[in-house]
Design a protein around this ligand. Structure first.
Ligand code: SF4
Length: 472
């Protein structure tokens, strides 16, 4: 797998990406700011929502069993899946048992996480994404780059090209016209799919209710028209009561898109009952772990309180410049930098916690006040513990010895300062000559992407001593 910095290098000069990211993140962030500002008692609601999410995590095992009982009482079939492959297997078995060939999906990040589409297609099923963004991603054989806006990395010009090529429709970049193309195509898919698959934004323990929020209404079609509805829900999506769900809904859309509420909020209690003439005959809920229980006992457990609003992505100076694909997995931005190493192992994803300036903006905007910078720091600490690079080990040892002897420190500092001033021009070093001084690309790496300021003739320490002397 390529490194984070290699992935960044491949996207940082993509002009279309920069335009698309800048427009979308600015719009979403300013919408969020205005919408949260207009919410009465916003701080109190955020505190209460945080408490509700963290409380449920403290007794998660008990709450999951309660939730399972409520679901069963409501006539829902419950399945437990330890791994992503187990969840895919459950879906395939349900389809194969009934001879079903076509499934319609609503946008679900957890289904991306477990590579559900690939597994279903391999098993001979036809899969149709029905969220407009996900539909474009599917047409282009691409990946989502944002947890609520899957095609944030595309300009509308690019979307027009994709639709023109894959749907055989005239090229346009008019958004309404593009949406019309998709709607016309998707209508027949909705009507012919026999299984609808969704994720869940929340699961209410008190009532066994599944809550799904969308802006396009596709989730309502997917959960109503096919005769079977399958929900894939990760373990941490629980909230205790309907009153808590109300708190979450007050802050979710505001933080995500700046809306007071999303256009459609769907609450599902179970399959249709006799007197109802619409709705699925069977509802299945797959409760998925896929690495979450490994996060519970860790210093990053709080990340499981995330309600997936995407606000931390939109405000993050790193995400705003590189987009989602550079993070290398399903969950990008600050949330992904904590969640991905937690779910998939720090050893393989140890560069993600460094994909942050630690400015703290993610913590400020998070509706449930998750302390992402602190979690990133603890991951960095653990990453270093797992494997300290040899060069860093030697460097830190050497630095420790030098700083223990002020005379030695001053001598080496003066030599270094003189050397840097000699190779600098007009106060800056444009390029370090080579790696002969330090056998890593530490210095060379710095000047590959930015200039290095030449040190001042007089150090701060010298100025301080002079100042002290002047008072004597
Ligand atoms: S960490 Fe907070 S801001 Fe980021 S997606 Fe989750 S809830 Fe939203």
């Amino acid at each position: 797998m390529s490194t984070f910095s290699a992935r960044v290098k491949s996207v940082i000069n993509d002009n279309d990406l920069q335009i698309a990211l800048s427009k979308a993140t600015t719009k979403l962030s300013s919408g969020r700011e205005a919408s949260i500002a207009s919410l009465e008692n916003a701080d109190l609601i955020r505190d209460m929502a945080r408490r509700a999410k963290l409380n449920i995590l403290h007794n998660l095992d008990e709450n999951l069993l309660k939730f399972e009982h409520r679901l069963i009482d409501n006539g829902v079939n419950v399945h437990w899946a330890e791994k992503g492959t187990d969840a895919c297997e459950v879906v395939i078995k349900i389809a194969q048992k009934r001879g079903i060939k076509k499934v319609a999906k609503s946008k679900s990040m957890v289904s991306e996480e477990i590579h559900l589409n690939e597994a279903l297609i391999k098993a001979g099923l036809q899969v149709i994404e029905t969220d407009l963004g996900e539909y474009i991603v599917q047409l282009a054989d691409d990946r989502p780059s944002h947890i609520i806006a899957p095609i944030m990395h595309m300009t509308r010009h690019r979307v027009g090209e994709i639709m023109h090529r894959h749907l055989n429709v005239p090229y346009t970049d008019d958004i309404k016209e593009l949406a019309r193309y998709a709607r016309e195509k998707l209508r027949s898919e909705f009507l012919s799919a026999e299984i609808g698959i969704t994720g869940a934004n929340f699961g209410v323990v008190e009532t066994g209710t599944i809550c799904i929020v969308t802006n396009e209404g596709n989730a309502r079609m997917v959960t109503t028209l096919p005769k079977i509805h399958i929900v894939i829900m990760s373990l941490e999506k629980l909230v205790p009561t309907l009153a808590d769900l109300d708190l979450m809904l007050k802050i979710l859309a505001r933080s995500a898109t700046g809306q007071k509420l999303t256009s459609y909020t769907t609450l599902i209690h179970g399959p249709k009952v006799d007197e109802e003439n619409v709705g699925p005959e069977e509802v299945h809920v797959i409760l998925l772990d896929n690495g979450r229980t490994g996060i519970f006992g860790s210093e990053q457990a709080e990340i499981l309180g995330c309600i997936r609003c995407g606000a931390c992505l939109n405000i993050c100076p790193v995400y705003k410049n590189i987009g989602g694909h550079a993070y290398g997995d399903v969950y990008p931005g600050p949330i992904g930098s904590v969640l991905t190493p937690g779910l998939k192992g720090l050893l393989e994803w140890k560069d993600l916690p460094y994909a942050s300036s630690l400015c703290g903006a993610c913590k400020d905007v998070c509706p449930v006040r998750l302390d992402i910078p602190q979690m990133l720091l603890s991951l960095r600490k653990n990453a270093i513990k797992e494997k300290i690079p040899f060069g860093l080990k030697i460097g830190m040892k050497g630095f420790g010895i030098i700083t223990a002897y002020p005379g030695l420190y001053k001598f080496i500092r003066n030599i270094g300062s003189l050397f840097l001033r000699l190779i600098g021009r007009d106060g800056w070093i444009k390029r370090f000559p080579a790696n002969w001084l330090i056998p890593t690309d530490l210095l060379n790496g710095w000047t590959k992407v930015r200039d290095f300021k030449v040190p001042a003739r007089k150090s701060f320490q010298d100025m301080w001593i002079e100042r002290e002397k002047s008072y004597e």
